[in-house]
Design a protein around this ligand. Sequence first.
Ligand SMILES: Cc1cc2nc3c(=O)[nH]c(=O)nc-3n(C[C@H](O)[C@H](O)[C@H](O)COP(=O)(O)OP(=O)(O)OC[C@H]3O[C@@H](n4cnc5c(N)ncnc54)[C@H](O)[C@@H]3O)c2cc1C
Length: 204
Amino acid sequence: MPSYRFALPRKDACLGLPIGQHVSVMAEINGKQISRSYTPTTSDDDLGHFDLLIKSYPQGNISKRFSELKVGDEMAVRGPKGNFNYTPNMCRAIGMIAGGTGITPMLQRGEDILLREELDELAEKHDNISVYHVLNTPPVGWTQGSGFVTADMIKEHCPAPAKDIKMLLCGPLPMVKAMTENLIELGYDKPRGASQLADQVYKF
Ligand SMILES: Cc1cc2nc3c(=O)[nH]c(=O)nc-3n(C[C@H](O)[C@H](O)[C@H](O)COP(=O)(O)OP(=O)(O)OC[C@H]3O[C@@H](n4cnc5c(N)ncnc54)[C@H](O)[C@@H]3O)c2cc1C
């Protein structure tokens, strides 16, 4: 999946995006201003530019635009955007369910398993981080999950429902819908349409 690098106005500038927030990329399409959210894979340690890992859909309004960019082209970007402001120790445990490019808000810093090396390295280095990959069509000998993420997988790998935990969801709409149903079935709070920081289940 291609990654696109955008220059910042100065070589020593950082994007300055708070963890948990994203940017809006805008374009005028058929006379209408359309914007979509994207989470850079670079951090504030990266100066002079930021990178976006984009899956371009042939019918996608904004994502298709990326695939048509030539070096030197510009896009309109606005931010920071989003209600999720991460602060250390904001809760005891965080469960994250991400589908495809939905991994980008979970790991702000890209693939068949996007960012796999980075994720596995994080889990190896930190006792309090564990990663479970679920593949639609796994290769022979695959020992982790296969098919879609199920309620049983969530129960086994994510923090159980409690006041001091959060569950973060990001991915294609059908997946987010299915995960919302799984979470409700498991006893987590029903998420509202537009998530707020205080919510137990936060949909990006
Ligand atoms: C917080 C957040 C962060 C995100 N970060 C990223 C990121 O880092 N990288 C990234 O690539 N995306 C990311 N997304 C998704 C992104 O915002 C857009 O939804 C995506 O690029 C599709 O937008 P579009 O305008 O191209 O398509 P739309 O105009 O929304 O859809 C038009 C058509 O495109 C096709 N299409 C669109 N989405 C899908 C899909 N998921 N599966 C199959 N077909 C589809 C369908 O044919 C659809 O009818 C993020 C979303 C959120 C909420």
